[in-house]
Write a protein that binds this ligand. Structure first.
Ligand code: TXE
Length: 487
């Protein structure tokens, strides 16, 4: 733990069961966003490192995919137990690397990482073949075998949480993996590689290659022996990945951005709607693809909601992620902070009024160089301006009124993204009626981010292709083969 804070730790790739430097020896600086300065280094790997990782994964595939399921499950469960054992250390690493409050990393990120490992380890034991009887004629059975080497590319907002969300189902189905965490947040994936070694994961089953998306990510996506790509990240990157992988006929799962509506009807449970909306707007500095960044409120409730929401947004403590009272930490990078601030400028140019926040915060003391932005609430914009169409991915929300259910649905659907929608009403009939007309992959009624890992997870439109979670993920990493026997 002290190594993480003092900056002694040099991150290594995890290839063929060993911790190794990039072949070219180059390093990238790893920035602590709460301080605005470098605190460790990571390998600046390239295509040759990916190639070595892919060869190791191919070699390990036969033994891993033929290993009895219970034995594979036992190894993955051991990894989950080690994550739990190291909760404090991993949470601290995530906080320092990403900028999120330590409290959040401890309560959400790391427990979810072990839950991912455990969930898919157990899923492997329940994953079964289907059979279809053609009465009096034939019987079909469908086998599902692992695709081979999977490529898993994850982002910086929920580093270990999303990293394990991808590799756990891949490993559970018997695939071997070449994975790349974000170059902005590599630390917990590095610590995870040490846990895999301790748990006895055979060499080559999981390979973690650190470095830039344009080098390592691109090499994974274009490598002919990596058969399936599971990616979470920005829509622009997703488009490049799809263009590279599609001509190679790879299986593709893309979980991309969101610009999620949060619909609040006048008959809602007001306290629950306001307090959860604060959470869904500003949790993790608004750097969650599921955050509700467009709040739409029925006009009769609009003034009361805006008053209360702004009052509570102003009260959120922004500051040192290590401080127990902090609710909003640092944004992940200087570039990202500048992007978020540029969207606040754009909102003003588009005629929006900033009711609270709007600026960078200089936190006194050790975090004076950190990348902090005030929780920001903007009103006075229509749904078709760029501020309401593009993903900002920071602590910035807009609030706008609507007059009817039809208008609420139209506004909610007015965007090219379709990841999630939250809706607040006590009218059960309306809740179902509206939910069925919204074009999002995920709808939460009177709650937010309540996740059952068995449910399909992913978006419509520009929010992605395919679904993760439960059997969807297990199917993604396997090939179906149907055998038809004439009776
Ligand atoms: O993500 P990138 P960026 C959104 C958010 C953010 C924007 C850009 O709006 O502001 O995306 O963020 C790897 N081939 N989300 O640029 O680039 C990269 O190294 C293969 C939404 O930081 O998408 C990292 O590991 N891989 C989001 C991963 O892709 C490539 C989470 C994600 O980085 C690559 C993050 C390439 N050509 C950002 N280029 C969500 N949906 O949760 C980059 N990568």
């Amino acid at each position: 733990m002290s190594q993480i804070l003092s900056g002694m730790e040099i991150i290594h790739n995890y290839i063929n069961g060993s911790l190794v430097a990039a072949k070219g020896g180059a390093l990238l600086q790893n920035i602590n966003p709460a301080l605005g300065s470098s605190y460790s280094q990571l390998p600046d790997s390239d295509a040759s490192d990916v190639h070595t990782a892919s060869e190791a994964a191919q070699q390990a595939f036969k033994a891993w995919s033929h290993m009895p399921t219970q034995k594979r499950t036992a190894i993955l469960l051991r990894i989950a137990d080690l994550i739990d054992r190291d909760l404090d250390k991993l949470a601290m690493a995530e906080c320092v690397d990403q900028g999120k409050p330590l409290k959040l990393a401890k309560a959400v990120d790391i427990p979810r990482a072990s839950a991912n490992m455990r969930f898919f380890a157990m899923a492997a034991e329940h994953f079964a073949s289907e059979s279809h009887l053609m009465e009096g004629e034939a019987i079909n059975y469908t086998t599902r075998t692992p695709v081979g080497v999977g490529g898993c590319i994850s982002p910086w907002n929920l580093p270990l949480y999303l990293f394990t969300w991808k590799i756990a189902p891949a490993l559970a189905t018997g695939c071997t993996v070449v994975a790349k965490p974000s170059e902005l947040t590599p630390m917990t994936a590095f610590l995870f590689s040490k846990l895999c070694m301790e748990a006895g994961l055979p060499a080559g089953v999981l390979n973690i290659v650190h470095g830039l998306g344009s080098q390592v990510g691109q090499a994974i996506v274009s490598h002919p022996d990596i058969k399936a790509i599971s990616f979470t990240g920005g829509t622009v990157t997703g488009r490049t990945i799809a263009a590279t992988a599609a001509p190679l006929f790879k299986k593709l799962s893309l979980e991309l951005g969101g610009k999620n509506p949060n619909l609040i009807f006048a008959d809602c449970d007001f306290e629950n709607a306001v307090s959860t909306s604060i959470h869904s707007s500003f949790s993790n500095q608004g750097e969650i693809c599921l955050c509700g960044s467009r709040i739409l409120v029925e006009r009769s409730l609009y003034p009361k909601f805006v008053d209360e929401f702004v009052k509570r947004a102003k009260a959120l403590k922004v500051g040192d992620p290590l401080d127990d009272q902090t609710r909003v930490g640092a944004l992940v990078s200087e570039a990202h902070m500048k992007k978020v601030l540029s969207y606040i400028d754009l909102a003003k140019q588009e005629g929006g009024t900033v009711l609270c926040g709007g600026d960078r915060i200089i936190v006194p003391g050790r975090c004076a160089g950190g990348f902090f932005v005030e929780p920001t609430v903007i009103v006075g914009l229509d749904q078709y301006c760029r501020t309401n169409q593009e993903e900002i991915f920071g602590p910035v929300v807009t609030v706008a009124p609507f007059d009817s259910e039809e208008e609420a649905i139209k506004d909610a659907n007015s965007n090219s993204y379709g990841l999630s929608t939250t809706l607040w009403t006590q009218n059960l009939t309306r809740a179902h009626r509206v939910a069925h007309q919204i074009k999002s992959g995920i709808i939460w009624i009177n709650c937010w981010l309540l996740r059952d890992l068995r449910t399909p997870f992913g978006g419509m439109k520009q929010s992605g292709v395919g679904r993760e979670g439960g059997w969807e993920a297990m199917r993604f990493f396997t090939e179906a083969k149907n055998v038809c026997i004439k009776l």
